[in-house]
Write a protein that binds this ligand. Sequence first.
Ligand SMILES: *Cc1c(COP(=O)(O)O)cnc(C)c1O
Length: 352
Amino acid sequence: MDRIDFRSDTVGWPTPEMREAMATARVGDDVYGEDPTVNELEALAAEMLGKEAGLFVTSGTQGNLVALLGHARRGDEAILGYESHIFQWEVGGMASIGGILPHTLPTDAMGRMDPAAVDAAVRDTTDHHYGHSRLLLVENTFGGRGGVPLPAEYFSALRRIADKHSLAMHMDGARLFNAAVALGVEARELVADVDTVTFCLSKGLCAPVGSILCGPTEFIEEARRTRKSLGGGMRQAGILAAAGLVAMNSMIDRLADDHAHARLLAQQLAEIDGVNVKPKTVQTNIVFFELEGSKGISRERLCARLDKEYEIGLDTYPPNFLRAVTHYWVGEKEVGALVEAVAEIIRTGGGE
Ligand SMILES: *Cc1c(COP(=O)(O)O)cnc(C)c1O
């Protein structure tokens, strides 16, 4: 990799082992249910997460949308954190395609909703003014707060409230395995209390394309129809699933390296005058930091100079953060290059 890219963990390439597996994958028409590699991947994912069935989808966004459409109908409400990915970054699909009303709640510094606030947000079903509250949406790791891994107890607490009001629970677990590795637990423990969960193969796990939605057999069968209606009926998708199998079988444990590199990055950035970062809050592969008194250099200017002069990708993140994400293709050397470049740009005053 010539360029160094910290914009996301989605920017990396499939590993050589993945390309080999893709080249030799056994395939069939998955719309007929005949792709053996897709079937193997779906079964493996379901087993690893302790769910009955899995569905290979094109993306995390599609997996979440398919799940939402299965859990709620038009006019129903879904309760979710204001900072959650489904509300902020998925094009409003739940509303535009599903007619589902997002009922957002604030989240704390770790991305958690207050269980009492969730309880209070549920609509009174006897009052004809309200839509029905159907669904509670959670996220792990919580991206909008810098990739916080949330423990099983949080989801158990929410499950009790969901049960009290007969709400379904869906987890956007795009980086679920980062959470599991960071917390030192099995991923299945983190999803035991949710009905359905989506996770991405295409982020830290390095597969080129794809996510998996897991849940009860009947739900997944219906989700298969919904996925088709959204244009997600893929044919010889085993080519992609082959990389997904490598991801599941050999890329999970090494996420610990990404987390170590993120911590290292945060510690080194903290040494730079003009950078504000809290290394202690970095628990997985995402580092949020701010420019502070750095000679008036804007975030955008910093990113532009990194891109042009150093061939390093870095992005801004609302409201006023810069976000660096570590992954398979950036190690200690790349972390060092980023830190040095940021220090130099700040030292030289942005070079307007
Ligand atoms: C990336 C991401 C998604 C969406 O996944 P895509 O494959 O990019 O559609 C959903 N939720 C979270 C928390 C994510 O980080």
